[in-house]
Design a protein around this ligand. Structure first.
Ligand code: PLP
Length: 392
């Protein structure tokens, strides 16, 4: 049996056994192309449409408002570039977003700036919250789209989505939210929350990797066609559907929402135990909002410690976590999110993200607490700066 303690559920999650069982037949005996009109093609079409209905129901949307994509990144790109391009012809070339979005949103906005769009990057407060008043002030007659994430992937802060949506709705501006970290973990009702476009990704809620969706409200300025080709996804996103992946995403959302309040309470209790124990260490702080945060998210800065060293020493103990450095880009730049909430570079460098899920256990949490405490103490004992930091 694996002894790995996986505490990086914000990066990805394990495909659930039930989801896998539902996917397998669509990779073997039911191999038809959903566009084929004979029996096994019609079966595959039925499976794709069932999954569309499952996702629509989970979000309180209509099945015709759900479009399948290959991932959350694709959904974000399509929503933002698509609406921007659709409205540019009407002289609307302004986009509002926040400084703490995922790169799937930020880099898309940067690409649009190169095309002549202007982008307002709203700041956040120390807890990572966007101010609704700032959104209202930033909207102009040229604003094509507001894109503010539902919950942050690093610090877990949950934004006032309903209020931002209402502010956009009353001014006639479409509102997109990157809900990749929220779907399957928080109840989401696109009607009640005034959302016009929403991105999601299956692998964040025990579904397979490489499949996502974009919700597009009926009547919303329609994002331009993403992929030209066959008529799939009502001609907007051509390409033979990833049938098994789509079936898996539908099964995963159904499973994620079963008993959600109980699962949330259990995960939140483990998260709070982690936060309470780790913030007892000296010069150690919680990042993100104290209450408005994802149930499994714990992001902590340990002064006098390098996050990367912490991560590697925890890996030696078979504990998987994430650090606050953008190591994927090949640099060790501190995270733009931690800088945006006002952390100095050196503190941002000593940050760790632990993201728990419903497969974690209280015993694992105790092992994480012991592991992190010992590793932090060891690194601080070797650190040339710790003595000075400690006495300040
Ligand atoms: N948006 C957020 C907030 C994320 O956390 C992620 C992935 O970590 C993405 C978008 C990208 O999703 P995907 O990995 O499906 O492309």
């Amino acid at each position: 049996m694996s002894t790995t303690i996986y505490a990086d559920n914000a990066a990805t999650t394990q495909v659930s056994h039930r989801v896998l069982q539902q996917m397998l037949p669509w990779l073997s005996q039911h191999y038809g192309n959903p566009s084929s009109i004979y029996g096994i093609g019609r079966e595959a079409r039925g499976a794709v449409e069932d999954a569309r209905a499952q996702l629509a129901q989970a979000l309180n949307a209509q099945p015709s408002e759900i479009f399948f994509t290959a991932c959350g990144t694709e959904s974000d790109n399509w929503a933002i570039k698509g609406v921007a391009h659709a409205l540019a012809a009407k002289g609307k070339k302004h986009i509002i977003t926040s400084a703490i979005e995922h790169h799937a949103v930020l880099h898309t906005c940067k690409a649009l700036e190169k095309e002549g769009f202007t982008v307002t990057y709203l700041p956040v407060d120390r807890d990572g919250l966007v101010s609704v008043a700032d959104v209202e002030k930033a909207i102009t007659r040229e604003t094509a789209l507001v894109s503010i994430m539902f919950a942050n992937n690093e610090i877990g802060t949950i934004q006032p989505v309903a209020e931002i949506g209402a502010a956009c709705r009353s001014r006639g501006v479409p509102f997109h939210t990157d809900a990749v970290q929220a779907v399957g973990h928080l109840p989401i009702d696109v009607e009640a929350l005034n959302i016009d476009l929403l991105s999601l990704s299956a692998h964040k809620f025990h579904g397979p990797k490489g499949v996502g969706a974009l919700y597009i409200r009926k009547g919303c300025p329609f994002p331009a066609t993403l992929l030209e080709g066959g008529g799939q996804e009502r001609g907007r996103r051509a390409g033979t559907e990833n049938v098994a992946g789509i079936v898996g995403m539908g099964a995963a959302i159904v499973e994620a929402l079963e008993g959600l309040p109980e699962k949330t309470a259990r995960v939140q209790a483990m998260r709070d135990r982690l936060i309470q124990a780790l913030t007892k260490l000296p010069k150690t702080h919680l990042n993100g909002h104290p209450h408005r945060r994802l149930p499994g998210n714990c992001n902590i800065s340990f002064e006098g410690v390098e996050g990367e060293s912490l991560l590697l020493l925890l890996d030696n103990r078979d504990i998987c976590v994430s650090s606050g450095s953008a190591c994927t880009s090949g640099s060790l730049d501190p995270s733009h999110v931690l800088l945006a909430i006002g952390l100095p570079h050196e503190v941002a460098h000593g940050s760790l993200r632990l993201s728990l899920g419903d497969l974690n256990t209280p015993d694992q949490v105790e092992e994480i607490i012991t592991g992190v405490t010992q590793v932090v103490e060891r690194l601080r004992a070797m650190s040339p700066v710790w003595e000075k930091i400690k006495d300040n």
